[in-house]
Design a binder for this molecule. Sequence first.
Ligand code: NI
Length: 258
Amino acid sequence: MHLTVDQIRSFHLNGFLSISEPITTPDEIEWVRESYDRMFSQREGWSAGDQFDLAGTDEKGKQETLPQVLNPAKYAPELNDGKFLGVVQTIVKELLGNDAEVGIAHAIFKPSGHGAPTPWHQDEAYWDPMQQYKSISVWMPLQEATVENGCLWFVPGSHEWEVLPHRSIGGDVRVHGLEMVDTSVCKNAVACPLPAGGITIHRNRTAHYAGPNTSDIPRRALIMMGGLPSVDYPGTRSFPWNEVKQTARAERETASRR
Ligand code: NI
């Protein structure tokens, strides 16, 4: 599978691209979904801080509203053998060049009925402000993704913005997830519903959002990340919203390293 010239042009112009042709087979989607569900049901990575509630305070016994697994291939190594990953590699190299490297970055599970929205954010706001990035996230749902169950929305052209001010969701520093402070700039967003195995692709600063899951099926998404090696940021900047965070996730990570 290759991108067309128009798709490449549209991606660089808008900072995102939606491909509604599945990049893999229904059979592969099915086994990926089985691995995926096992990771979440067995809470793989929880004690290492790799599994946590992105939108909540992540306390023991509390119902999770947006569980996430970082580096899922660590817990389900078979994912690295997926044909979808080869396709994503090809696409990322077509967009960023042959030096780009690709891996499976995370899995985000949006439970049916009570799955929380993923507020407006730019992915780069989570990262080290002293580095400069040229990277791409590839988001692949493992069932149909609709406006009702939480497909992604993007703001065209927002990849050209600086990283705008963020804060922990709801202003609660115990929550890992971030939200943009001023979302009035996100008015002309575009929803990108997809079939299972379709993908959306976005840049490190592209503003994006996913609604709550009001449907009666869970919304599963696997996210691949590709990019060129980061370089030192030319200048100074800080992301104070990351410095003030106090999450149970980070505590578990620190404790597991001792
Ligand atoms: Ni994101």
